[in-house]
Design a binder for this molecule. Sequence first.
Ligand code: AMP
Length: 189
Amino acid sequence: MLNIVLFGPPGAGKGTQSERLVEKYQLKHLSTGDIFRANIKGETELGVLAKSFIDRGALVPDEVTIQMLESEVDQNPDANGFIFDGFPRTTAQAEALDAFLAGRSTEITKMLALEVAEDELRVRLAKRAEVSGRPDDANPEVIQNRINVYNNETAPVAEYYKSQGKYQGINGVGSIDEITSRLFDAIDA
Ligand code: AMP
């Protein structure tokens, strides 16, 4: 199985690049943000809970997020592998994911981390707000909070995979095609 953690700050291009990886490697794409948004739209209990965190740019609690992610993996027993997009976002989530995958005789192959400077992220998120319809893209304070949460809570997850020798940084600036080909090279290496 090829299990990729596609990592990076909000606006780094994880969603866009996930589509390319899915097409080439026939993987199942699991974006925790997309799953939360689908639940918000469907007005599920999980959606109502998640919305209160997402609207202010905070993380949804680990317990809820981990349980949701694990159930999505188990709903796809025939997958060739997974792209985890937006998960894990805390070290506790990374540890839970390792234990869960080990219980299914598989593991994370690599973390590919899209690297983009903070000023560029703000420009990209402001542009995305015009088309995404995401309330959390439209408010500069929420964007700043998401960047702060990334720096404080999520960035340390890179160290977790570095210590396992699974981390690879990818220059996330350039054309979409250029970045895709850097990701393909990293996976095929
Ligand atoms: P994203 O679409 O990845 O930018 O995620 C949008 C929002 O969903 C985040 O700002 C968080 O509030 C929430 N979220 C997504 N993934 C996670 C996660 N792994 N852990 C906690 N909250 C998450």
